[in-house]
Design a protein around this ligand. Structure first.
Ligand SMILES: *[C@@H]1O[C@H](CO)[C@@H](O)[C@H](O)[C@H]1NC(C)=O
Ligand SMILES: *[C@@H]1O[C@H](CO)[C@@H](O)[C@H](O)[C@H]1NC(C)=O
Ligand SMILES: *[C@@H]1O[C@H](CO)[C@@H](O)[C@H](O)[C@H]1NC(C)=O
Ligand SMILES: *[C@@H]1O[C@H](CO)[C@@H](O)[C@H](O)[C@H]1NC(C)=O
Length: 314
């Protein structure tokens, strides 16, 4: 090897060293490092995404007598959750008030006037016999339902009217602002409260593993199995058999009532969510981590986000 070649290889090594240092020093600050399931995960390529686990909003419903805590996630069967918990909180009061499991926001519920219904006590939180459950709805379906309800029907959706592109952009902007500045207790914007990722609810940032998650996707078998799952939780918490059966039957009846007819608006909204690239891009940015944190099917996401492209450290 002559001197010239030696010099050349030195320069080559030097360049490699500089490049190596560059990537070693600069790259870490650009990684999207996120903790999922107690593991630090490198999600490079999704830096623009809304992060999981901001302790944003929690609506608890408690049946102290059954050592049961539930949590309402807006647009994810909140009313049903509240109705079931209200029934379990005080059955006599529930029937005296002519309440039913398909009551809506228009119904006044006596149970909500009780502090021990909406705030779990510390001793209940720490009791190992306490069971927690929450209904978890597919994030994109949840968005469609939010859009139909707040933008199409109630027209109370920023100043977007029923413009879905406008809506989804405002939601993204709003959540981004919150994730960068959240102090844990400011007032919650109406739309952001309804659109926040599932993982921003229920103090999931603190104790997700303690929760039994009842998946309510589009698949009716999945929904039926979630109803059975709930029945088992209730039995285990000592709710009497006939009441468990009643809740189960009412839920199944509600299922069939819901799933028959699709409005023209829903068909159009689902088409936009499927086909509009602008909307899809933002929905992925907002909800991708919900699909990572919770065991949803990902077959309606863009192909890249269906695979586990990220790396879980061993
Ligand atoms: C349940 O509600 C009934 C009727 O409102 C009331 O008389 C009773 O004290 C309540 N029971 C409990 C345990 O709060
Ligand atoms: C419940 O319904 C019964 C029968 O319709 C009625 O007599 C009663 O006043 C109702 N109770 C309440 C609290 O609305
Ligand atoms: C929520 O997060 C904020 C900011 O990280 C923190 O200051 C606050 O204590 C948290 N609140 C709860 C209840 O964990
Ligand atoms: C409420 O649900 C029950 C089944 O749980 C159903 O039979 C009933 O018709 C529903 N009532 C209304 C007003 O929709």
């Amino acid at each position: 090897m002559n001197v010239k070649a030696l010099k050349f290889s030195n320069i080559f090594l030097l360049i490699l060293l500089i490049l190596g240092l560059y990537f070693y020093l600069i790259k870490p600050s650009r990684l999207a490092v996120v903790v999922v399931d107690g593991k630090v995960v490198d999600f490079s390529g999704v830096e623009e995404f809304i992060v999981p686990f901001v302790n944003f909003t929690q609506l608890f419903y408690v049946a102290p007598k059954h050592k049961l805590i539930s949590c309402g996630i807006r647009k994810s069967m909140t009313q049903l959750t509240m109705n079931i918990m209200c029934l379990l909180y005080n059955e006599t009061q529930f029937y005296d008030d002519n309440q039913s499991l398909n009551d809506t926001w228009l119904t006044e519920r006596k149970c909500l006037e009780n502090d021990d219904f909406i705030y779990p006590t510390e001793s209940l939180e720490n009791d190992i016999e306490t069971a927690r459950f929450a209904f978890i709805r597919d994030p994109i379906q949840r968005f469609v339902s939010l859009y139909l309800n707040k933008c199409v029907r109630e027209k109370s959706c920023y100043n977007c009217g029923d413009d879905m592109r406008c809506t989804v952009w405002k939601i993204y902007e709003g959540l981004k602002k919150i994730q960068d500045h959240w102090d844990g207790h400011s007032e919650i914007g109406f739309m952001e409260g309804h659109a926040a990722p599932l993982s921003w609810n229920c103090d999931f940032d603190k104790d997700l593993p303690k929760w039994q998650l009842l998946m309510m996707g589009a698949d009716s078998n999945e929904r039926k199995s979630s109803i059975l799952h709930l029945a088992n939780i209730l039995k285990k918490q000592g709710v009497k058999q006939e009441l468990v059966e009643k809740i189960q039957e009412d839920m199944i009846a509600g299922e069939t009532g819901h799933s028959t007819h699709k409005s023209a608006e829903r068909i159009e909204a689902e088409r936009q969510v499927r086909e509009d690239p602008f909307i899809r891009d933002l929905l992925h940015k907002i909800y991708f981590f919900d699909y990572v944190v919770f065991p949803f099917k990902r077959d309606h996401l863009d192909p890249k986000y269906q695979s586990n492209f990220w790396t879980l450290p061993k």
